[in-house]
Design a binder for this molecule. Structure first.
Ligand SMILES: N[C@@H](CCC(=O)N[C@@H](CS)C(=O)NCC(=O)O)C(=O)O
Length: 224
């Protein structure tokens, strides 16, 4: 198998963590992003995915795009360890929580990249846009706090829901969008997730890829 992805891409983290979790050996083709260029896409990406987006998984003659579809494919192709719960209702809940990460948390990252990461000088930011985004993130974090309750993972066992919610929370946390530490269930879950070997491996790759961005987003006064 071959994965087109970027360590900076919120949706690419999903197959990356799932493939580490399932110990699926695979080749990779990294797609780069810089603030100056945006995504630098390989010419074949539009052929593999009509949306020309990452991630894309190529398995023999089959190209699969969209992180949610890729995770379903991987779980059917390599069933163990399972990334979906067993019961029908639990599976539906798991898919809804995966969707929460993908469509209610991740879309807030655009504003944080534009207004926080790329504007180290806070006085230049669109304060209202940042406040609205943080308020929306806080609403979703409160929901996750309730969904977690006393569970170790969102669906009991580790699942696609954890992967999908963790990725945007981790990226938002780099740009002033971290969950409040008062949300204790969520804070414990973030810490548990970060120590899980598949996630820790992804986080090491993420830290390496974001080091130059983190350095350049420091206000001039904080730079060495
Ligand atoms: N729903 C898709 C979204 C994929 C997506 O938005 N990928 C971004 C990177 S995180 C991308 O390729 N952006 C480039 C573009 O849209 O041109 C998924 O879950 O895979």
């Amino acid at each position: 198998m071959k994965l087109y992805y970027s360590p900076l891409s919120v949706y690419s983290a999903k197959p990356r963590i799932a493939m580490f979790e399932k110990a699926i050996a695979h080749e990779t083709r990294q797609v780069n992003w810089t603030p100056a260029t945006g995504w630098i896409k390989p010419e074949e990406l539009a052929r593999l995915n009509p949306k020309a987006q990452i991630p894309v998984l190529v398995d023999g003659e089959t190209a699969i795009y969209d992180s949610t579809i890729i995770l379903e494919y991987l779980d059917e192709r390599v069933p163990k360890p399972a990334l979906f719960p067993a019961g029908v209702a639990e599976r539906a809940r798991c898919r809804m929580l995966e969707d929460l990460g993908d469509t209610l948390i991740a879309p807030n990252l655009g504003v944080l990249v534009r207004e926080v990461l790329l504007k180290p000088d806070a006085s230049a930011r669109d304060r209202e846009a940042v406040a609205q985004t943080k308020a929306e993130l806080a609403r979703q974090y409160q929901r996750l706090e309730r969904e977690l309750g006393k569970r170790e993972y969102l669906c009991g066992e580790f699942s696609v829901a954890d992967i999908s919610c963790f990725s945007p929370i981790n990226i938002a946390s780099l740009m002033e969008g971290a969950p409040s530490p008062e949300l204790g269930n969520l804070a414990n879950w973030v810490s548990r997730m970060s120590k899980r070997p598949s996630v820790a491996r992804y986080l090491a790759e993420f830290a390496e890829a974001t080091a130059p961005l983190r350095a350049s987003s420091q206000p001039a006064s904080a730079q060495a």
